[in-house]
Design a protein around this ligand. Structure first.
Ligand SMILES: [Zn+2]
Length: 421
């Protein structure tokens, strides 16, 4: 029986979304939280984008150090041999990749304007898989963008050929949120049976069905005899109406009628981290959590009407499917209501000492404190809001890593051309 794994794409689909972004330190903390939660892989960024290089390499170093273990860190690139080469040139340590190419005739014709056929697309994808395998990538996922609008016979041929060339997973992208639970179940079951390789579900919420489609797609994959990898984002942030919400996907699989008996996670998921990760993503993206969001919304465990309040007081199970404590809720949160000293890009040593002292972080000497403060200032330049306790602790604990991931050095035009040429 196949199992379910999570591949979170907040640090890729989430940050490429209009009006949303994260600093490199914030992306790093998200990788750490995803690891704590039991997520199989974080799609941690764009290896061919120059300003990601230091961040990606620093996070791979954290993986080597055992800080980011057992989570895998996967890069997302276009499925071309050229992008694969550039990836291993800029981020030689990378081990896991997803290669993406459009497969629907809408996109092949609408993007390439008649210059590429289905065969050309297949060739490009296979060359990219060959190139990635040639660089000894540990895992290569081949992504069919707009799979839900792709002719199913072509999709089967595309996935089978990629598998023959060594691809490890096939990503079924419902890029426009066009599927419904019944259509995605059928398509993914067929793919699993015919191609016999693990399948990723990448669903968007344009019709409000991202979570339902992810769950139904995973059921299809497992009923077809393969492992299913669901793509999620924290708080469902992502292109347009967003992706499948991480916490809602976990809740659906664990709590929905009869599902957990048959469809199981391949590794333990620590739902108790949900509250922390969702609050952090909300703070760093500057996007409030909707009041009615499953599990972590302010109203997810709130009751006021007579019959409901009475019922839940007598027995919570009357009106609650799961307990708030399971999601890491219930602890009071400290909010400063008087004088507040926070970190900033112009912070001085006195205020900094006060903040770190409150978290019981001590420095060996003034020099060390000054060194960490300088990194905190740079982190603030990128975040443009006060750092949270976990970020400050991380900087104090791994200053060399932080120095690397905060480094953003645009190349001069001539250097850029030199590297390109
Ligand atoms: Zn997407």
């Amino acid at each position: 029986m196949g199992k379910i794994y999570l591949i979170d794409v907040t640090n890729r689909d989430g940050v490429q979304t209009a009006k949303l972004g994260l600093s490199k330190l914030e992306k790093t903390i998200i990788n750490i939280y995803l690891n704590e939660m039991g997520v199989y892989q974080s799609e941690f960024g764009f290896p061919t984008t120059r300003h990601e290089s230091h961040y990606l390499r620093a996070n791979l170093k954290l993986q080597e150090m055992g800080v980011l273990q057992p989570i895998r860190l996967g890069g997302w690139i276009r499925a071309t041999a050229e992008d694969v080469e550039k990836t291993f040139q800029l981020v030689p340590e990378i081990k896991d990749l997803n290669l993406s190419i459009s497969t629907s005739s809408q996109m092949i014709n609408g993007k390439f304007l008649g210059t590429k056929s289905e065969e050309d697309i297949l060739m490009m994808a296979l060359e990219a898989v060959d190139a990635a395998k040639g660089h000894d990538a540990r895992s290569v996922g081949i992504n069919a963008e707009d799979a839900s609008r792709t002719d199913i016979d072509y999709l089967l041929r595309f996935a089978s050929a990629a598998k023959e060339h060594g691809a490890d997973r096939f990503r079924y992208c419902d890029t426009l949120g066009y599927d419904n639970p019944f259509t995605i179940y059928d398509a993914c079951k067929l793919l699993a049976e015919e191609v016999a390789m693990p399948i990723e579900l990448h669903c968007h919420g344009d019709l409000g069905m991202a979570v339902a489609n992810s769950v139904a797609g995973a059921m299809g994959v497992i009923d077809g005899g393969q492992d299913a990898y669901i793509n999620t984002t924290i708080n469902g942030v992502g292109e347009r109406a967003g992706n499948a919400d991480l916490v809602a996907v976990v809740l659906a699989l664990k709590k929905s009628k009869g599902l957990a008996k048959k469809y199981k996670f391949g590794m333990p998921i620590h739902l108790s981290k949900a509250w922390k990760i969702c609050k952090y993503a909300s703070y760093t993206f500057n996007v409030p959590i909707p009041i009615n969001q499953p599990g972590v919304g302010a109203n997810a465990f709130a009751h006021s009407s007579g019959i409901h309040a009475d019922g839940v007081l007598k027995d919570p199970e009357n009106y609650e499917l799961y307990d708030f404590k399971e999601l890491g809720r219930g602890e009071p949160e400290m909010v400063e209501t008087g004088r507040e000293i926070s970190s900033g890009e112009y912070s001085g040593i006195s205020g900094f000492g006060h903040i770190m002292g409150k978290m019981e972080i001590e420095f060996a000497n003034k020099d060390e404190a000054e060194k960490i403060l300088e990194l905190v200032r740079y982190a603030n330049v990128l975040a443009q809001q006060p750092l949270v306790a976990d970020e400050l602790c991380f900087i104090a604990k791994y200053p060399d890593i932080v120095r690397e991931l905060l480094t953003l050095t645009p190349l001069s035009e001539s250097a850029h051309l030199r590297v390109k040429g």
